[in-house]
Design a protein around this ligand. Structure first.
Ligand SMILES: Nc1ncnc2c1ncn2[C@@H]1O[C@H](COP(=O)(O)OP(=O)(O)OP(=O)(O)O)[C@@H](O)[C@H]1O
Length: 301
């Protein structure tokens, strides 16, 4: 059984449909990413998983339980990261940990948890005095304190500096290594590429693609990019006829082609046949960024 199962989820606000038939399943021990542009419906989707919103249609199960009908039991198996505004400014780190531990029947011991998250030196510090990274670490601790099987982390690293973001990534990897399944909502491609086993790309309330990061890159047009400055002009019709070609661009005497490995081989053959030398030849893999733009471009046009 999957830890989280979402089947044909639909949710509208008034006459605006923001989640329009979303389905995915998160397996035990996975870091599963939900990636999408602003307003795509990511938060609404995970709030339905958490039982904070009631779906209009479709089915959501968390370890087989309905998050709305079985809200109390779901809250015990699914940890949720809190939004900043939900903690009182004067609460110390220790008080917050003790308070939240008291909500659960079998909480983790907060001391080793605080130690693991690098909060031991901050136990007497009030919430308002914590840095952005320390607050995020506390939110992770509070999401884990109930000893959940899975945890939802929504935009956890937004607003953090690059160092704090990297530290948080390490923590998320540690959380998974400790056996907790992670559902991660993010805007950051690099974060998704680095952390997630699989990613659902959500756009306008629908799943545009669901695959591993490498699979998403492979399936987008133009997974390989080749660029060079030709010693003599190449015939455009020859370039356009290259197999697997996704796009051709000419700029400042440089030719940039997006395509597949087949395109690379064919362009090399074409250059040799045309006796044209390719100066500063570069072949690079597309990034998840490129794949994301490609996967969401049809619906955003
Ligand atoms: N309670 C609500 N009432 C009306 N509209 C809402 C409500 N909550 C969200 N929306 C709208 O639904 C759409 C989807 O919002 P949602 O927060 O799910 O998107 P998101 O993908 O998480 O976006 P972001 O990345 O910007 O957080 C947005 O246009 C938002 O303005």
């Amino acid at each position: 059984m999957s830890v989280i199962e979402v089947t044909d989820l639909r949710k509208s606000y008034g006459d605006r449909t923001v989640v329009d038939g979303v389905s995915f399943a998160v397996e035990e021990g996975e870091i599963f990413g939900i990636l999408g542009p602003n307003g795509a419906g990511k938060t609404t989707t995970v709030e339905c998983v958490e039982g904070l919103r009631v779906p209009d249609a479709g089915r959501v199960r968390v370890t087989g339980l309905d998050p709305v009908a079985d809200h109390a039991r779901v809250a015990r198996v699914l940890g949720a990261q809190l939004q900043e505004s939900e903690l009182q400014a004067k609460l110390t780190v220790r008080e917050a940990l003790e308070l939240y531990a008291a909500f659960y029947p079998r909480p983790l011991d907060w001391r080793p948890l605080a130690e693991r998250l690098g909060l031991t030196a901050k136990l007497t510090t009030r919430f308002a005095k914590l840095s952005g990274g320390q607050k995020q670490r506390l939110f992770i601790a509070l999401a884990l304190i109930g000893n959940p099987r899975a945890v939802v982390l929504d935009e956890l690293t937004t607003g953090l500096d690059p160092r704090a973001r990297r530290d948080t990534w390490q923590l998320i990897e540690d959380v998974r290594a400790s056996g907790v399944t992670v559902l991660l909502v993010t805007h950051f491609m690099e974060e998704a590429q680095r952390l997630c086993d699989r990613i659902a790309v959500i756009d306008k309330g629908r799943i545009a693609a669901l695959d591993t990061p490498a699979g998403l890159i492979r399936r987008s047009a133009g997974a390989t990019v080749i660029s060079f400055t030709p010693s003599a002009a190449l015939d455009d019709s020859d370039l356009n006829a290259l197999p697997g070609l996704a796009s051709v661009e000419h700029k400042d005497g440089r030719v940039t082609l997006a395509g597949t490995d087949e395109t690379v081989n064919a362009v090399i053959t074409l250059l040799a046949r045309s006796h044209v030398t390719a100066h500063q030849l570069r072949v690079t893999d597309a990034t998840l960024d490129d794949a994301f733009l490609d996967l969401t471009k049809e619906t955003s046009a």
